[in-house]
Design a protein around this ligand. Structure first.
Ligand SMILES: NC(=O)c1ccc[n+]([C@@H]2O[C@H](COP(=O)([O-])OP(=O)(O)OC[C@H]3O[C@@H](n4cnc5c(N)ncnc54)[C@H](OP(=O)(O)O)[C@@H]3O)[C@@H](O)[C@H]2O)c1
Length: 274
């Protein structure tokens, strides 16, 4: 098992993303992923699939302690009493006594960060989450969070793939000892159409998607690709039997663009989901 070790957390480098997998499709894909050897599953209260993720974990027959499960609190629940209620509700849907990682899904400028982080730490102390962290935090917010959090934050989950230059935020994560979990790590499928990734992949008998994932894990960044296709589960996990050269890593690094962001969202308090 290839893991990223951060502040006592051992986060498997490959996990399964589950955004917009729902119902029986979600349960089937998560169960198959676990049977195939995935040991890290990423969900969120916003994804409306925690129930199915929990069912799949139980159906897989894999020991609970061998699986790293992440969920996330939606920003409309960042007031302290709301956060504790939301964490308990996620656990009830998952039918778990604790998650391995609980994240703040997006920043919420309407609730003081110190209050939210205090509540997040309390939830950890209560045993509802083994580790805590943030998602979609900018450099300034990372610095504020690390200063304010009474307990260690283990990661920032952010959009990362070859087409987006995230060097500033990743440097801030590293400087503050936060692990990075890359979401949209194959650029929502866009990696497969890239000529550079395709050419490099052919040299290693790998797909462009695998090159995109390998480029990230080779930087000790965890990846959570999502697929609804069973055959792609194995493909997305088979990234530890080849190595990109320093020249290939640098060439892929040069694909980053300023307008390469695929997920652009800012919580404004409007009930996009609540
Ligand atoms: N924290 C946050 O705010 C946040 C935001 C976005 C996402 N996330 C998390 O990150 C996960 C992954 O991100 P994502 O779903 O946005 O994007 P992604 O994993 O980069 O891409 C998923 C897309 O790529 C396709 N795909 C999967 N494997 C492939 C392969 N080997 N070759 C070609 N295409 C492939 C999938 O289609 P098929 O289903 O047809 O295979 C799907 O359309 C999410 O599911 C979610 O858990 C978190």
């Amino acid at each position: 098992m290839h893991v990223m070790s951060v502040k006592g957390a051992r986060i498997p480098l490959v996990g399964l993303g589950t955004w917009d997998l729902r119902g029986r499709v979600c349960a089937r894909v998560v169960e198959r992923a676990l049977r195939l050897g995935y040991r890290h599953v990423d969900t969120a209260e916003m994804y409306d699939n925690e129930r199915e993720v929990g069912e799949a974990v139980r159906a897989s027959g894999v020991a609970r302690n061998d699986i790293f499960i992440t969920t996330k609190v939606w920003p409309s629940h960042f007031a302290p009493h709301e956060l504790e209620r939301a964490a308990n509700a996620s656990l009830a849907r998952l039918q778990l006594s604790e998650v391995d990682l609980l994240l703040l899904h997006w920043p919420n400028p309407q609730v003081p960060l110190a209050d939210t982080l205090g509540a997040l730490c309390k939830v950890r102390q209560m045993g509802l989450a083994r580790h805590i962290g943030v998602s979609n935090f900018t450099v300034a917010l990372i610095e504020e969070a690390v200063r304010l959090a009474p307990e260690p934050l283990v990661c920032n989950q952010i959009e990362m793939h070859p087409f987006l230059d995230q060097s500033k935020v990743s440097a801030a994560c590293r400087a503050h000892g936060l692990g990075i979990i890359a979401y949209s790590p194959i650029a929502k499928g866009g990696a497969k159409n890239d000529v550079v990734l395709d050419r490099i992949g052919k040299a290693h008998r790998k797909s462009a998607a695998q090159v995109s994932l390998r480029w990230l894990v080779q930087q000790d960044i965890a990846v959570i690709p999502r697929t609804s296709r069973i055959e792609r589960l194995a493909e997305n996990g088979a990234i530890f039997d080849f190595e990109l050269s320093a020249a290939e890593m640098a060439e892929i690094g040069r694909l980053g663009r300023r307008n390469g962001r695929l997920v652009d969202y800012a919580y404004s308090g409007s009930p996009k989901w609540d």
